[in-house]
Design a binder for this molecule. Sequence first.
Ligand code: PGA
Length: 260
Amino acid sequence: MKVLVFGNPEESAEYISQEILAAVRHKPNLVLGLATGSTPIAVYVRLIHAHQTQGVDFSGCITFNLDEYLDLPEGHERSYRYFMNQHFFSGVNVRPSNRHFPPSQGKDLARQCLDYENKIQEVGGIDMQVLGIGSNGHIGFNEPTSSLASRTRIKTLAEKTLRDNSRFYRPGEVQPQMASTAGIGTILEAGKILLQAFGLKKADAVHAAVEGPVSAFWPGSALQLHPQVTLCLDADSASKLSLRDYYKRVRENDERRLKE
Ligand code: PGA
């Protein structure tokens, strides 16, 4: 794993957005795996800026979101479709027909989950996956004890996830308890994974993901099995890593070699 500790989340967003923009310029029909939550918003802001000021073209890009709540009405302000429209799609030119979300309503969700997996395969797989991590170590909505080989399916959300996300809900508002999510196995098939995590709240999950044993109890640890993962952290989320100083040296050496 490549572990990068940035001075602040904005520097990380700059790094990730530059990676994505370079990939889009290199492959205009890039297949992007996208995440919701507070963490990736600054990346989306930068991608929109690049589209609007430098004309970066997303019209060939195909996107697959990681997860979606079940049974929220179409256009509901807590749905992840709504989130993505607000924070990304409204500012770039990804074609509506190229935006995909795991199923959230209708009959035979298991079949629809399989269709989602098939759609990813049909376009040649996800090239680049933007990822966050929950304070309990979940990636997507793959909660602790999710199979490391899991595929897109329906999950009940963990208590910790419900608590963490309750900040987005008004008192008395019903919070969805279930979601569909790409599986850990699905995520591990992406060509490249870019994960961001910030703040002390994420320090245990980051520690388990980077330095813990691979365990279904900390789903982020499954990323150790992937050959191309970059973890972008701040000092707080990196604070429990015993090899902090080593990661710093790796980065300094990489930067030095790049300049040579
Ligand atoms: P956050 O969520 O970006 O809102 O912290 C991350 C996650 O739960 O994966």
